[in-house]
Design a protein around this ligand. Structure first.
Ligand code: NAD
Length: 483
């Protein structure tokens, strides 16, 4: 049995057997590892270790930090298949998707390695000021010790989107991954060792809400970067407000996909299906609200019904698997509860709508479509986080935009139309952090990730991801007009 340990000050801290919890494979219920829940003392010790390491790490040359990040990317690549297998076993993600996640992480480390290389050269530059009697220079400083808290649906990816820019900026970290996916994240300790990351720069503690809550409130933590549910995000936001602590939040979504009547139907089927069935719909960016122009609705829904009905959940370890089980019992129960709510609300069921009977897996559900869903339905307004698509028709462009924006969330959107120009015009009017036109979902490292409204605060990836871990400081003096 694999035993996972906290990683503090570059050392693995063994736990008593009584402190260990099983990490389960949702496909077959087998225990794939055992891991500890961090006590308050262990959380404190991880933060103290990060604070101690910050003294030197913040002064390291940015080029050197770039080299560390490159080595981390190399080490992930060496273990790619092992990590992909752990991701797949931890959350039921099809192995082909898990491999994609690993490559995404590698790209992220390499991207921030490149950025780190140039940081020192672009720091402390003078600023042009209007009063010639003064000079001022702009200094970026690393924020300090940061707490990184991540969810179970994209382990490794959500971690790398935080860890790579934090290290590039010169911050030291305490990472607390989800209690559902410790195995997928446990490789990070080996990767840090192999990349020679100085002890204390990266600390990893395992546990659930209690450990996370203690971590974010620790006075030496200067920033919290959180990805997870909007409910937990609100709690974290309150806690950070009490201490005026810097916080970034990547939260839930209820994103629209809008299909216009001139769209290529096969492209629409691909975008709609991928947008709700990738990772079994357990995506913050899931386009779970389909808005389809009325005159092509019958044709599109017929094709979607067939596509969904043909997709059967299977073994995530199988190379050909496209749908696995839901990631854990709580998530399975949540999705099934929405099937009950749909029945109570008397929604029109086009396909699915129930658990999928499988000989070994208990957490499977049928890919599901409800049509003509009222705009006040709980299924239309709430994040389900499963393979459940709700559809609604529209007749005019303005109506489509109004319905798309009538939502508490604003994370992502997809637009399918015959012309890119039309898509661009609609995109300009949609309230969401990332919009795709005539393509399946793809998040490129150079572009931003994050949401409006209840989907979060701040942005990850690109230069914005780095800014999240840096303080801006100006140093101004009176020169009397001399340089
Ligand atoms: P969750 O909020 O239950 O848990 C996320 C993390 O927070 C876990 O590590 C958990 O242990 C920790 N946590 C829970 N309570 C805490 C507390 N009181 N204090 C501190 N930490 C606490 O979310 P989840 O179920 O793991 O993930 C699914 C959610 O994440 C969905 O809502 C999804 O939309 C969202 N998500 C958002 C993005 C994004 O980029 N916007 C990406 C992935 C997932």
């Amino acid at each position: 049995m694999i035993q996972i340990n906290h990683y503090i000050q570059g050392r693995r801290k063994a736990s008593q057997p009584s402190q260990l919890h099983p990490a389960l494979n949702p496909y077959n219920g087998e225990t794939i590892a055992e891991f500890p829940y961090a006590s308050a003392e262990e959380v404190n010790s991880a933060v103290e270790s990060a604070a101690e390491a910050f003294v030197h790490w913040r002064r390291s040359e940015s080029r050197q930090r770039g080299e560390y990040l490159t080595r981390m990317a190399d080490e992930i690549e060496k273990r790619a298949e092992q990590i992909a297998t752990a991701i797949s076993q931890s959350c039921g993600k099809p192995i082909s998707e898990a491999r994609f996640d690993v490559q995404d992480s590698v790209d992220c480390y390499r991207y921030y390695a490149d950025i780190a290389n140039g940081l020192d050269d672009n720091n402390n530059l003078s600023v042009t000021v209007s009063d010639k009697a003064f000079s001022s220079r702009l200094q970026y400083q690393p924020t300090g010790v940061v707490a990184l808290i991540t969810p179970w649906n994209f382990p490794t990816v959500t971690t790398s989107w935080k860890l790579a820019p934090a290290l590039a900026a010169g911050c030291t970290v305490v990472l607390k991954p989800s209690e559902y996916t410790p195995l997928a994240e446990s490789f990070l300790a080996d990767i840090c060792d192999a990349a020679d990351i100085p002890p204390g720069v990266v600390n990893i503690i395992y546990g659930a809400a209690e450990a996370g809550s203690h971590l974010i409130k620790h006075p030496s933590v200067r920033k919290v970067s959180f990805t997870g549910s909007t409910t937990t995000g609100a709690f974290i936001s309150h806690a950070c407000a009490d201490d005026i602590k810097n916080v970034s939040l990547e939260l839930g979504g209820k994103s629209p996909v809008i299909v216009f009547d001139d769209a290529d139907i096969e492209q629409a089927v691909s975008a709609v299906t991928g947008g709700i069935l990738f990772n079994n719909g357990q995506m913050c960016s899931a386009t779970s609200r389909l808005l389809v122009q009325q005159n092509i609705a019958p044709q599109l829904l017929r094709r979607l019904r067939q596509t969904f009905a043909d997709m059967r959940p299977g073994d995530p370890a199988d190379d050909n698997c496209v749908l696995g089980p839901l990631a854990n019992q709580a998530q399975y129960e949540k999705v099934c509860a929405y099937f009950d709510i749909a029945a109570e609300e008397k929604l029109n069921l086009l396909t699915g709508g129930k658990a999928f009977a499988h000989p070994t897996s208990q957490f499977m559900v049928e890919p599901t479509i409800y049509t003509d869903v009222p705009l006040n339905s709980r299924l239309w307004t709430e994040e389900i986080f499963g393979p459940v698509l709700c559809t609604h028709t529209f007749t005019s462009e303005d109506e489509a935009i109004a319905i798309a924006n009538d939502c508490d969330y604003g994370l992502a959107a997809t637009i399918i139309s015959a012309t890119d120009e039309h898509g661009e015009r609609i995109a300009d009017q949609i309230e969401a952090g990332h919009i795709w036109i005539n393509t399946d979902q793809r998040v490129l490292t150079e572009t931003s990730w994050g949401g409006m409204k209840k989907s979060g605060l701040g942005r990850e990836l690109g230069p914005w991801g780095l800014s999240a871990y840096r303080e801006v400081k100006h140093i101004t003096r009176c020169t009397g007009g001399k340089a």
